[in-house]
Ligand binder design. Structure first.
Ligand SMILES: [Fe+2]
Length: 322
């Protein structure tokens, strides 16, 4: 027995001496580790493995939290077109991408209900291109109409499902006002509201003439003038003489940017389609007119970071008479 002990001790000493041979090449923490006796090295290795395992176990709940912790962003604006004197509350949804917040989106529905909106607007990518949860999404939108008039436009994902026309028809059957390059006029608590919903992919996005005609027509309408469009870039991020902010309207609602996907502290959004790295417009209110939703679901990239799914609630109050 004594012989075996001596042998194992000498093996251990040999290993340690080999490690020490390479020690000057290692950083100081590794050098310290190499100088530890075998028992302490095993203990420390086990400890590091436990920390790594705990870290790995925490990844799924962390991802779930980042992708599912539904938030509400409240924005207040004013307009002299609120003739009733009563503020209009508009809930804005975008980029659901077939996501489910609770079965049949029951959690999302309850949250919207609690906001007591006068109008619900939805700016596309409602279905993901996979077409998942088609029936559930249609039913959910039907339930929204019990809360308030609900108006929707097309995104870039619905046509990829091959069910563009079916989806419009099915939502309309549920009472949704689906605006496919069309206008809608509503009366909300005594305030007329004129809405224009644009599907830019239906037109050639580079040929802005068709959009200009619609926006010109909207500018001549009465009441609160509202544009719904999936894409935010045309508002002001393109050539000045093509940008939509040269037209007269009170608000434009858009999505598509997914909030910059990851929010880097001190910098902002990391990535948005067609603006690419470090986008300048990715979520919130811009130029006091563009309401840009970070969306609710995910597109191809599965993780939001510091960029929680949001319902936006825009309260349009009467302009101050001071
Ligand atoms: Fe999207």
């Amino acid at each position: 027995m004594a012989t075996i002990d001596t042998m194992s001790l000498s093996k251990s000493a040999l290993k340690q001496s080999r490690l020490l041979k390479y020690a000057p090449l290692l950083p100081s923490a590794a050098r310290r580790f190499a100088r530890l006796d075998t028992c302490r090295r095993y203990l420390l290795t086990a400890l590091v493995l436990v920390v790594i395992l705990i870290g790995c176990a925490m990844i799924p709940p962390f991802v779930r939290h980042q992708n599912n912790d539904l938030r509400v962003r409240e924005i207040a604006v004013s307009s002299d077109r609120i003739v009733s004197g009563q503020a209009v509350r508009i809930a804005h949804l975008s980029d659901l991408h077939s996501k489910q917040f609770g079965q049949g989106n029951s959690e999302l529905l309850a949250k919207i209900q609690s906001l007591e909106p006068d109008l619900i607007v939805n700016t596309g990518d409602t279905l993901h291109q996979s077409g998942d949860y088609y029936e559930e999404i249609v039913t959910f939108f039907g339930q929204l109409t019990d809360i308030a008039p609900t108006v929707s436009v097309m995104g870039n994902h619905e046509p990829r499902t091959g069910k563009r026309a079916d989806f419009i028809r099915d939502l309309q059957a549920e009472g949704i006002h689906f605006l496919d390059n069309e206008f809608l006029q509503l009366d909300i608590g005594g305030t007329p509201v004129s809405l224009l919903g644009i599907d830019e992919r239906y037109f050639d996005r580079l040929d802005s003439r068709a959009h200009e005609l619609l926006l010109q027509e909207l500018s001549e309408m009465s009441g609160l003038r509202v544009v719904l469009s999936h894409y935010p870039n045309e508002f002001s991020l393109i050539e000045e003489d093509r940008a939509w902010n040269r037209f007269d309207f009170e608000l434009m609602f858009a999505g598509h940017a997914h909030g910059g996907q990851w929010i880097v502290p001190g910098i902002g959004g990391l990535f948005a389609p067609e603006q690419w790295l470090f986008p300048v417009q990715y979520r919130g209110l811009y130029e006091n007119r563009l309401v840009l939703s970070p969306g609710l679901g995910n597109s191809h990239f599965p993780l939001r970071l510091n960029n929680f799914p949001e319902i936006m609630l825009v309260e349009v109050g009467p302009a101050s008479t001071d």
